[in-house]
Design a binder for this molecule. Structure first.
Ligand code: EPU
Length: 300
């Protein structure tokens, strides 16, 4: 790994604490850290990182990511690009845009199809990576194409089919974590803004009623197993309210682990293990984590 050049790369900070960039409020440090509000320099940067075998991680709002290590090696890139452009049916949006903002802006413009974004508290980049969804909609339902930078540092356009989306899954998550999603284009349809906004508010209302949105969490801890609900299974094991340090299984929704304040990554991972083990013992079902754990060889 040859990373010394990063010391003098414009904007790079060293040994940067990650906690302020973590929605969850948990983080170690990044050896090198760079926030980009514009992705023009990204292709060259990504090409060089790969040539020099420097590890890198791209983050958005880190709403689904637990920073569990002391110091992440290589470069952590926070993409803060926030651009939405609406051209007829096509809505193009950059990776750093928050999904609730995308939902609100398209609703205001009288475009329907992206209301589910109001229930996804993350960025577009992370949402494409994990095919995020909520309340009957998910990224793959409306995505036309994703614009990406490949490990050689070339911009490429990927079709919906090439993204190979599945339930909370994509080709990026499975095998292309060195690719960087820079933007995506969605198909929308025209509808009066008031009607779109009504559905958007329903999404928010349902979310407020069923999820602990007033507390810090990483969203659903586990994926739902086929035909069942992780929340229902964990709840049935009587784990709501269980606390390890500052982390707690939400009393409102059992598939959420909330940070009561001062939770450590170890606290969260101990709860993840307990939830998984108890569901395995009682129901013989192996829950698969949905949260992304960074900086541990093997999660809980
Ligand atoms: N349930 C319980 N106890 C609980 C929680 C839920 O019995 O503590 C039951 C509910 O009563 C319901 C069922 O489990 O019958 C399903 O619960 P819910 O409707 O809350 O949905 P979910 O399956 O837990 C999924 C997504 C959420 C998304 C909501 C709404 C997954 C893993 N989770 O939750 O996505 O917001 O539907 O569409 O697919 C996320 O991925 O981070 C996320 C929050």
């Amino acid at each position: 790994m040859r990373d010394a050049w990063l010391t003098s790369y414009p904007g790079v900070r060293e040994h940067e604490p990650l906690q302020p960039y973590s929605w969850y409020g948990i983080g170690g440090r990044a050896r090198y850290f760079l926030e980009l509000a514009d992705d023009a320099a990204l292709p060259e940067l990504v090409g060089r990182l790969n040539r020099d075998q420097v590890p890198y991680l791209v983050i958005g709002a880190a709403t689904n990511t637990l920073f569990a290590g002391d110091e992440l090696p290589g470069l952590t890139i926070k993409l803060s690009t926030a651009r939405i452009s609406i051209n007829g049916d096509a809505v193009s949006v950059s990776a750093g845009t928050l999904m609730p903002k995308l939902a609100a802006e398209t609703a205001r413009a009288g475009r329907t199809g992206l209301e589910f974004g109001a229930g996804v508290p993350g960025t577009l980049g992370g949402s494409v990576f994990g095919n995020a969804g909520a309340f009957g909609g998910e990224v793959k339902d409306r995505l036309l194409r994703a614009e990406v930078v490949d490990p050689q540092g070339k911009r490429q356009v990927m079709t919906l089919a090439e993204c190979a989306f599945g339930y909370r899954d994509s080709v990026f998550k499975r095998s292309r974590d060195r690719w960087v999603i820079t933007s995506a284009t969605f198909a929308t349809t025209s509808e009066p803004p008031a009607a779109v906004r009504k559905r958007l508010l329903e999404v928010q209302k349902h979310r407020r009623a069923t999820q602990p949105i007033e507390q810090r969490s990483l969203g659903s801890t586990f994926k739902n197993p086929p035909g069942d609900s992780a929340g229902r299974l964990i709840d049935a094991c009587g784990l709501k309210g269980l606390q390890v340090g500052g982390a707690q299984v939400s009393p409102k929704h059992a598939n959420f682990i909330v940070n009561l304040g001062g939770a450590s990554a170890d606290d969260v991972l101990a709860l993840v293990a307990e939830m998984r083990d108890r569901v395995q013992e009682r129901f013989g079902i192996e829950l698969e984590p949905e949260i992304r754990v960074i900086g541990r060889a093997k999660q809980a």
